[in-house]
Design a protein around this ligand. Sequence first.
Ligand code: NAI
Ligand code: PYR
Length: 316
Amino acid sequence: MKIGIVGAGFVGSAAAYAMVMRGVGTEIVLVDRNQDLAVAQAEDIHHATPFAYPMPVNAGDYEALAGSCVVVLAAGANQRPGETRLELLERNAAVFGDIIPRVLAAAPQAILLVATNPVDVMTQVSLEIARRTSPDFPVGKVIGSGTILDTARFRALLAKHLGISPKSVHAHVLGEHGDSEVLHWSGADAGAMPISDFADQVGHPLTDAVRAEIDQGVRGAAGKIIKGKGATWYGIGGGLARIVQAISDDERAVMTCSVVNPEVAGVQNVALSLPRIVGLEGVLGTIHPHLDKGEMAALSRSAGILKEAVTTLGIK
Ligand SMILES: NC(=O)C1=CN([C@@H]2O[C@H](COP(=O)(O)OP(=O)(O)OC[C@H]3O[C@@H](n4cnc5c(N)ncnc54)[C@H](O)[C@@H]3O)[C@@H](O)[C@H]2O)C=CC1
Ligand SMILES: CC(=O)C(=O)O
């Protein structure tokens, strides 16, 4: 499966590297308005293939995306220290107005996998732009990475506290990939039992203080990392490679990512993350988890914030 990546900066290149390391796809093409950067990244990543999975990794123009089954969109501005993701919206919506018609002219059947922030709103913007030329463009073929990264952070921090593998922790972050995200504590489990029972058994209870620390560790991760090194890329690179793998292997894996929902928590037509079934055609289904009252109110608030942001662009 051929994978295209538009935006060969930190995120796009980390995604390509993670795909090569995991053996996701059979060919990668990097596109960037800075062609020298795209060429340099492609060559550097290609040099890692003998240590991982041999596959061509090339830079090219939009025409080189022809035949891609998935195109990752990681172009545009990233946050400066102290900036929120939503503050990037106007700049990155303009970038996508330029990019998406060119991607779809070259690869009209491709699944668009959006990483650019604010990722939920950019997912909705991407669907709008795609539907200008193809009114029936399937909603499940425009996927935002959404909270795949926040879910990974949540699982990693819970696992560290419990002293177990993050692969044995099942816990989701829902809603916005951003400040209003919702940690779904009431649905979290480990070892097929509620996470708080598991925590008590292994002698590491989830006290209010521990929960607050983990919440801050998840919600504040991007700000902390950006303060330290200017941007984040490894976590999301791994997450994007994992989503592409689920698509290319038609896994029907359940993962939290963003698509436009007809209605969530009383808010109509808004993109945000819920658990999705992901396979060859993109998002094949959505799971509506049981939420407690506080989580449901928080999800409704998160949906409202995203709706307000997308409405500023004239999208209803
Ligand atoms: N969804 C998520 O979980 C995460 C999303 N991000 C977001 O990913 C995006 C990219 O971040 P970085 O890679 O750190 O930024 P970066 O600045 O390293 O890379 C962005 C690339 O986009 C290219 N670009 C800009 N406008 C373009 C256009 N019109 N056509 C083609 N290429 C264009 C630039 O030349 C640059 O190489 C940002 O919006 C950032 O906030 C970052 C981390 C996590
Ligand atoms: C930058 C960003 O969105 C993140 O690391 O969560």
